[in-house]
Write a protein that binds this ligand. Structure first.
Ligand code: IPM
Ligand code: SF4
Length: 479
């Protein structure tokens, strides 16, 4: 019998019941909760007179609707000026209180974007099934956890039963071999992958990211890649366990200790695909060929290398693709064949669950150090992914580097990634953003998002337009 893939192992370890129609019931180890997708789930429990099945499997934090300015944050929930956002956050607090679920509230140092908080706390561990009412739950797969987003009714189901109705996915391996060039990061890998396989390339699959370039990445980098598996159409992204995984988790608050740690590590070491595992599909990339990427359109697959140009619809044969590109260029206010380096920017956003961890901020700070944000940039902001990331960055003096360069240094949350708070783009504004989605209006009505790495965003803030971070005097890997 052929060996098992990592995904197959995680699936079978959590399978409660398999039905003949293909549906199955799996056990869920960890549920993360935020204010947007949990209210109706709690309400459902209340109406049915149910209690959560296992309180300590749940961990909550508000992230989407929290303001990011210090003045407003100092006032706690009372500082949330938008009434709908206030209700959302207050309702999460009330529900967690009423049901006895642990929550890191708005001014808790551990608050942050759920996908930053879970791993940072060691609440996400290898071998777990992790769910959250949020599509970027794939992030946690970087720890060899079977993690994916679920809908609000499923949030309720998991709260009530600790189980989930699920369907087994197929296995896709994306292998990235070789060494990344200086200044090229995990974000560039994942954008290049989506650029090639497309936003539907991973549909129906769990993607395992493998190969020497993935092994060389830190956990932060692996999370960046798994985070965007959903942008490639896959609900699940995975990376097998190795020393990097284990070193990251040691002594995290929720991680096991003593003998339990040793036993856990021994079990985690098995969480890799067997040598002879068979994947339904495989794609291979040469890391050395990946350049810093910039998205020019309204879908993450509409990307180009920094030395490239915007496509010309006139050269596209397929009518549907041609129409899509034409429409995207119109919305983005770009002309055919425009050089990527000629795209001028109005705002810069460094943050989101894709790129707001300490390493991301370090990479951006290395580029920004001793430089100034261009006068033409109306706002350049850095939003740490959690209060603890913020604290760490401040201990390293990164906040000073950003502030001296003219960036705003904000409080943690989703912020301008999706503009559910006051941080928004104005119509027509171009933004270099380290987030993961660039569809029309994502960062504010009429806003134009360009997805890039933190180093590329920082370099763009300084130049006022996109530049090749590899040409800047201080590229991130060398500093
Ligand atoms: C609000 C939430 C449900 C949503 C998601 O599921 O991803 C958000 O986080 C996003 O990034 O669009
Ligand atoms: S940071 Fe952005 S992508 Fe991540 S959970 Fe928040 S809104 Fe969604």
């Amino acid at each position: 019998m052929a060996g098992q893939t990592l995904y197959d192992k995680l699936w079978s370890q959590h399978l409660v019941k398999q039905r003949e129609d293909g549906s199955a019931l799996i056990y869920i180890d960890r549920q993360l909760l935020h204010e947007v997708t949990s209210p109706q789930a709690f309400e459902g429990l209340r109406l049915a007179g149910r209690k959560p099945w296992r309180l300590d499997a749940n961990l909550a934090t508000p992230d989407h609707n929290v303001p990011t300015t210090l003045k407003e944050r100092a006032a706690g929930n009372a500082g949330i000026l938008d009434p709908v956002s206030l209700i959302q956050v207050q309702t999460l607090d009330d529900n967690c209180e009423a049901f006895g679920i642990e929550e890191f509230r708005i001014n808790d140092a551990r608050q942050g974007i759920v996908h930053v908080v879970g791993p940072e706390q060691g609440a996400t561990l290898p071998g777990m099934t992790v769910v959250c009412g949020d599509s970027h739950t794939a992030t946690h797969g970087a720890f060899a956890a079977l993690a994916h987003g679920i809908g609000t009714s499923e949030v309720e189901h998991v709260l009530a039963t600790q189980c989930l109705v699920a369907q087994k996915m197929k296995n896709l391996r994306v292998r990235v071999e070789g060494r990344l060039g200086t200044g090229v990061t995990a974000k560039d890998i994942v954008l290049a992958v989506i650029g090639r396989i497309g936003t539907a390339g991973g549909t129906g699959y769990a993607i395992e990211f493998a190969g020497s370039a993935i092994r060389d990445l830190s956990m932060e980098g692996r999370m960046t890649i798994c985070n965007m598996a959903i942008e490639a159409g896959a609900r699940v992204g995975l990376v097998g366990v190795d020393d990097t995984t284990i070193d990251y988790l040691r002594e995290r608050p929720y991680a096991p200790t003593g003998e339990q740690w040793d036993a856990a590590v021994a079990a985690w070491r098995e969480l890799v695909s067997d040598e002879d595992a068979v994947f339904d599909k495989e794609v291979v990339f040469d890391a050395a060929e990946i350049a810093p990427q910039v998205s020019w359109g309204t879908s993450p697959e509409m990307v180009a290398p920094i030395e490239g140009e915007v496509p010309d619809p006139a050269t596209i044969d397929d009518d549907t693709v041609k129409r899509g590109v034409t429409r995207a260029l119109e919305y983005m206010g770009l002309s055919p064949r425009q050089k990527i380096t000629d795209i001028r920017l109005d705002k810069v956003f460094i943050g989101s669950c894709t790129n707001s961890r300490i390493e991301d901020l370090r990479e951006a700070a290395k580029v920004a150090k001793g430089k100034k944000v261009a006068d033409s940039i109306a706002l350049a902001m850095v939003v740490p992914g959690s209060g603890l990331v913020k604290r760490q960055a401040e201990a390293e003096g990164l906040d000073k580097i950003f502030l001296e360069a003219g960036f705003e240094w904000r409080e943690p949350g989703c912020s301008m990634c999706l503009a559910m708070n006051a941080d928004k783009l104005g119509a027509g504004e171009h933004c270099a953003s380290t987030s993961n989605r660039n569809f029309e209006g994502r960062q504010g009505y009429g806003g134009r998002t360009h997805l890039v790495s933190p180093a590329m965003a920082a370099a763009a803030a300084i130049a006022g337009h996109f530049v090749d971070v590899r040409d800047t005097t201080l590229s991130p890997r060398e500093a």
